[in-house]
Design a protein around this ligand. Structure first.
Ligand code: PGA
Length: 245
């Protein structure tokens, strides 16, 4: 794994956006794996600025998002589909039919998971996957204990994840109990992975990632087995690492 240190969140987002812009320029038909949450917001904002100023086109790009809350329709303002539309897709020229987010309100969620996995395969996999990391080491919504062999599946969210995400909802009770997520094996099939780590609240997770061998109790540790992972971390995430190690 390669570690790139950024001065702060803004610089980290800019470096990540520049990497993505270059990938899209090199391969206009690229398949991107996208993430939600607080961390990637700066990347999407940089990509939108670049699209407006420099005309980078997403017309031939396909995207797959990592996850979606179970029980929320794509129209729900708290759904990850809404997040992606508002924070990225509506501001660029990507074809909406080429943007995929797991369906959280499918009648048959198990079938929706299998269909999503098949769709990724039909697109010959993800070329570049953007990832955040949870304080408990989750990637996507793959909570500690998730099998490294898992493909897209339904998960029960842990209390810590629901608490971390409660800031987007009216109350903790309003945070869904479950989600659909690409599995660890689905993520590991991506040809290349860019992991973003920002803030001192993530420094313990970063430390564990860098110091652990792959173990299902800490999902992100699987990334140590992937040949092309770049970790982009800001000083706040890295500073804690140095003080504590
Ligand atoms: P965050 O979430 O970007 O909102 O911190 C990351 C994650 O939980 O994967």
């Amino acid at each position: 794994m390669k570690l790139i240190e950024a001065k702060d969140y803004k610089e980290m987002s800019k470096i990540a956006a520049d990497i993505m812009i270059k990938k899209v320029a090199d391969n206009p038909a690229i398949t991107l794996g996208l993430a939600t949450g607080g961390t990637p917001l700066g990347i999407y904002s940089s990509l939108i600025d670049d699209h407006k100023e420099n005309g980078t086109s997403y017309n031939g790009v396909t995207s797959f998002n990592l996850d979606e809350y179970a029980g929320l329709s794509g129209k729900d303002p708290n759904s990850y589909r809404s997040y992606m539309n508002e924070n990225f897709f509506h501001h660029i020229d990507i074809q909406k039919e080429n943007t995929f987010v797991p369906c959280g309100d499918a009648e048959d969620l198990q079938k929706a998971c299998a269909d999503y996995e098949a769709l990724i395969k039909a697109h010959k996999g993800i070329d570049l996957q953007i990832l955040g990391i949870g304080e408990n080491g989750h990637i996507g919504f793959n909570e500690p204990g998730t099998s490294f062999d898992s493909e897209t599946h339904v998960v029960q969210l842990t209390d810590s994840t629901r608490q971390a995400n409660a800031r987007y909802f009216s109350s903790l009770e309003a945070v869904p109990q479950a989600a659909v997520t690409m599995g660890i094996a689905s993520i590991m099939k991506s040809k290349e992975i860019l992991l973003l780590v920002s803030g001192k609240q993530k420094s313990e997770a970063l430390k564990q990632l860098l110091n652990s061998s792959p173990d299902e109790s800490f999902p992100a540790s699987v990334l140590n087995k992937h040949p092309y992972v770049t970790i982009l971390a800001d000083k706040a995430a890295i500073a804690g690492l140095i003080v504590n190690s």
